[in-house]
Design a protein around this ligand. Structure first.
Ligand SMILES: *Cc1c(COP(=O)(O)O)cnc(C)c1O
Length: 493
């Protein structure tokens, strides 16, 4: 079943082709002295006039941009199965609270006695996140997951330096999220890859060999990017701790086990949480997000400043502290994202959060059950919140994962994450998230099964997809290498 026809939309330059004079606005006569262009802003910063710009009425402009917005795909439209991204619904109640005037208009430079409510809200979210993870401390400052990783690794470095044992390597399993080795490298460590065993989890023999006194710690994505839980995590933590290392856990996908298991009991020393994934705040398009980091006792002294501290019924800020890694960003984080996350946590409650994780895992397993006979499952280990297939069965018909993803666009779905994790060739990484209806899961699986059938019966149809989108297949390599962000009239590309 195809769910929608995507209409083509003319470029604004192609509208009103006869260039009939129309008026989109009417300004009153100028009642201040006219200013020469370039006399206020530097000339170099001014854009040239765009030549041959059509006149359009206000409504034509509104309709044009409205229709363009409809060419996009959004969580409000349907299943958005982008693996590892947790593209879940952003409940509207979150937006209501974030718009409360006392919160939305609060200024970070207001004196603390004027913003006690805002500080309390931060403190409450901190308590909630420590409770959900079983950890001893938390910072809400980082603006994204990767930023949280950096904060966590810097705290680990500070702790090791404080005990006079600076180390130079960080272990990263080959099934980790790509930001993990990037973070270790950015923080000045050599990232050393640890191989996965046949079940997709860390190979203990490899870990035993690599875990030397040069190693500051390990960055473990839990569940890993195969959607597989590191079932030996306690053993891993013990081995690393015994040899003086610390455990960084990537908890971006906490909706796989929140309410069911505590990272604090798994031996984690630092773990980031993506509020824009698990806790339903909006993401995509570059932010804003929030990547709080929860930490163990060992790292509490090194948390970033400023820190919100509760004293009786009042809240104040600790601004400097020699043991801290310092500030990770201005003020205390993306405050209105924190408001949304706390709204979500409080509206679900402990039982609701557990149900969130249960349904996320249930849906991934529903998809696994329905597609496993048709798409190849490279790892047979139990699936948590996401399931990774590959295209080996379809390559027999010369149909590859990209072709399947493009064909899904014709069926009205955003494609899954492609070609990741790197340890799976031709990967299709599907994460439904728990917020859609079971019917939506069915329609998606029907589409995937229909595409597999097309791959056998009419592979060219799949190879040449998408057919129903305004732009057909783009040259992705060229699009990335020859970046051109502004189209100019008269150019033919
Ligand atoms: C999304 C994700 C990240 C990075 O989070 P950003 O907010 O995009 O920086 C890191 N690790 C995992 C496992 C993720 O899924």
């Amino acid at each position: 079943m195809k769910r929608r026809a995507i209409r083509d939309e003319l470029l604004i330059f192609e509208r009103n082709p006869d260039r009939v004079r129309r008026q989109g606005f009417k300004l009153p006569p100028l009642d201040v002295p006219a200013v020469e262009p370039g006399s206020v802003l530097p000339k170099a910063a001014l854009r040239d006039e765009i030549g041959d710009y059509p006149d359009l009425s206000e409504m034509e402009v509104v309709q044009h941009f409205h229709r363009l917005s409809q060419l996009n795909y959004a969580v409000d439209e349907g299943l958005y199965p982008l693996g590892s991204c947790t593209m879940k619904y952003n409940p509207r109640i979150n937006e209501e609270t974030a718009r409360l005037i006392g919160l939305a208009a609060a200024h970070p430079l207001q004196p603390v006695d004027q913003v006690q409510g805002a500080l309390r809200l931060i403190w409450e979210l901190e308590q909630a996140l420590m409770g959900i993870t079983g950890m001893a401390g938390v910072t809400l400052q980082p603006a994204a997951g990767a930023h949280g990783e950096l904060a966590g690794i810097l705290m680990i470095r500070k702790a090791l330096e404080a005990r006079g044992d600076a180390r130079h390597e960080v272990l990263v399993p080959d099934s980790a999220h790509g930001t993990n080795p990037a973070t270790a490298t950015f923080a000045g460590y050599n990232a050393i890859e640890v191989a996965s065993g046949p079940d997709g989890t860390v190979d203990m023999v490899a870990l035993d060999q690599l875990m030397t006194d040069r190693v500051a710690g390990i960055m473990l994505t839990v569940p890993n990017t195969l959607g597989v839980f590191e079932h030996r995590i306690v053993e891993i933590s013990k081995l690393v701790h015994d040899r003086g290392g610390l455990i960084y856990m990537d908890g971006a996908n906490l909706n796989a086990f929140a309410g069911r298991a505590l990272p604090g009991l798994m031996g984690a020393d630092a773990m980031h949480i993506n509020l824009h994934k698990t806790f339903s705040t909006p993401h995509g398009g570059g932010g804003p997000g929030a990547g709080p980091v929860v930490v163990s006792e060992a790292l509490v002294p090194h948390l970033p400043v400023p820190r919100v501290v509760k004293d009786g019924e009042s809240f104040f800020l600790v601004e400097d502290d020699a043991a801290s890694i310092g500030a990770m960003r201005g003020f205390y984080g993306n405050f209105l994202i924190l408001v949304r996350a706390l709204t979500y946590i409080w509206s679900l409650g402990a039982d609701g959060l557990r149900e969130m994780s249960d349904v996320a895992v249930l849906y991934a397993n529903l998809i696994r059950r329905r597609l496993a006979g048709t798409y190849n499952l490279p790892y047979d280990s139990p699936t948590l919140h996401e399931v990774v297939f590959d295209d080996t069965r379809q390559t027999a018909y010369d149909v590859h994962n990209t072709d399947i993803a493009k064909r899904l666009l014709d069926y009205g779905f955003h494609p899954p994450t492609m070609s990741f994790p790197l340890i799976v060739h031709g990967a299709l990484m599907i994460e439904p998230a728990e917020s859609v209806s079971p019917d939506e899961i069915d329609i998606f699986c029907d589409a995937m099964l229909a595409i597999a059938k097309e791959a056998e019966e009419n592979p060219e149809l799949v190879r040449s997809a998408p057919h129903d989108t305004p732009v057909s297949r783009v040259d992705e390599v060229r699009a990335a290498r020859k970046l051109k962000v502004r189209w100019t009239p008269g150019s033919d590309e």
